[in-house]
Design a protein around this ligand. Structure first.
Ligand code: GRF
Length: 193
């Protein structure tokens, strides 16, 4: 990727549901020294609550129902091309991007995952953390590579799991942290490019 030289990087955020991380990324992108400009929101779910944030901020969105993964990914790549997207942030996107997609896109893709990776990849992290009586949990922003939740960690934040915590309270606490962590990780990642 070329050096940014004060230019904000054209970014697409991929979501599938609630979109609270999208909301925090939009807030960051509107801040004075932001390194990103969110040009496009992509969702595989036309009912994703988070779409309201793109509408509110007049950010274009594209919905693809993923009937066929191969076709869907090609259609998404086309959109990314049209919008000159150079950076993708996955934020609660429930589809796994294929190796082919990652290779074709060529530019960096980040994801946020609600666990202390490499621990607890995949779904239902908070339930597993509680069940295993873990003392700590947290969230990780990492580069996306073809293997699920396995790319290089950019930034991680750790919190104590209390005796009184359950999956719900843990999710709430970690989500709050994520809203601070994702923009921070983006700044760190884009500053060292
Ligand atoms: C977050 O916890 C994120 O780490 C995970 O999915 C959740 C998305 O939440 N990948 P939201 O849609 O951003 O509110």
């Amino acid at each position: 990727m070329e050096k940014l030289n004060g230019k904000r990087i054209n970014t697409a955020v991929f979501i599938s549901g609630r979109g609270s991380n999208l909301k925090s990324l939009i807030k960051y992108s509107k801040s004075k020294n932001s390194l990103i400009k969110i040009k496009l929101v992509i969702s595989n779910n036309d009912k994703a609550k988070g779409l309201k944030y793109s509408k509110k901020s007049k950010i274009k969105f594209y919905i693809n129902n993923y009937k066929n993964t191969d076709i869907a990914e090609n259609q998404i790549l086309k959109k990314l091309n049209i919008f000159k997207i150079e950076f993708i942030c996955l934020a609660g996107f429930m589809k796994i991007l294929s190796k082919k997609f990652i290779k074709k896109f060529k530019k960096p893709i980040l994801n946020i995952h609600p666990s202390l990776l490499p621990k607890y990849k995949g779904l239902n992290t908070h339930e597993k953390v509680i069940k295993n009586n873990e003392k700590f949990s947290g969230s990780t922003v990492h580069l996306v590579v073809p293997k699920l939740d396995s790319g290089k960690t950019i930034l991680q934040y750790k919190i104590k799991v209390l005796n009184t915590d359950n999956a719900k309270t843990l999710e709430k606490k970690i989500l709050k942290i994520e809203h601070m962590l994702y923009p921070k990780a983006i700044i760190k990642f884009l500053s060292i490019l």
